[in-house]
Design a protein around this ligand. Sequence first.
Ligand SMILES: Nc1ncnc2c1ncn2[C@@H]1O[C@H](COP(=O)(O)OP(=O)(O)OP(=O)(O)O)[C@@H](O)[C@H]1O
Ligand SMILES: [Mg+2]
Length: 267
Amino acid sequence: MDAADPNLQVAAVAARPVKLKLTNVSKTYLNETQAVAAVQPVNTEIRDGEFVVFFGPSGCGKSTLLNIIAGFEDVTEGEITLDGVPVEGPHHDRLMLFQEHGLFPWLNVIENVMFGLKRQFRFKPKARREHARQFLQMVHLEEFEKAAIHELSGGMKQRVALARALAPDPKVLLVDEPFPALDALTRAKLYGDIQEIHQRTRKTIILVTHDPHEAACLGDRVLVFSGRPGRVKADITIDLPRPREINNPAVAECAAGIMAQLEASDE
Ligand SMILES: Nc1ncnc2c1ncn2[C@@H]1O[C@H](COP(=O)(O)OP(=O)(O)OP(=O)(O)O)[C@@H](O)[C@H]1O
Ligand SMILES: [Mg+2]
């Protein structure tokens, strides 16, 4: 594939099989005292290898929808299928990369990456280590495999978490605002890394953000959420060549377009 031709990239994504299908998925949280409607019915298809961004302001149900896809929350109505099979509960075919990285401080770097491989019986202990090492290389941390977690910077921790989420080879990687606590330079580097990893692994990725530049930089497609309860207000294909830099003027232009869709009136 010619990486410089965005139309080829868009066409290639459209030709791939559907990985995740959301049909009329809605969510109302039922607490003891009240019902909180969080997500209005969402219908969308996400294709194999697609990088989809859920974008929108605070409280419009982005994390709720991601948690439903992860299986941490039940749907109130509707259905989600993965490769045509209904999703029920958490499974390591859908792994979540959390904002707080969630690393185990009592394990060193490579042990953290190996942790998720324990359930996979195809790996003997030595093979587990070798496999984990490959993913540390992918995030450029191979020299830190024996380091303790507290010795790492915020960006390095987020990289270890990325390696740990990818090592078990999930079908879908779910990412909920992973970069807010990082400085601009570290974030820019991670944007490069995550795009490189996406190109190499062809993983289906869904990333949640309320930063339109981040959405334009990373997404093949951006679903714009708005309102409370949230709904999908726009579905935007980003046909810019990769890798994209966060400060690129074309990315800024797309980000402005995403904001315009968010702010557009419904009339
Ligand atoms: N466990 C819960 N119980 C009750 N209400 C909840 C729960 N989790 C979220 N909500 C409500 O659902 C709505 C959507 O919340 P959600 O966290 O999905 O939004 P978000 O788009 O991820 O926001 P942010 O950008 O601030 O993370 C909000 O009104 C929130 O108060
Ligand atoms: Mg959220």
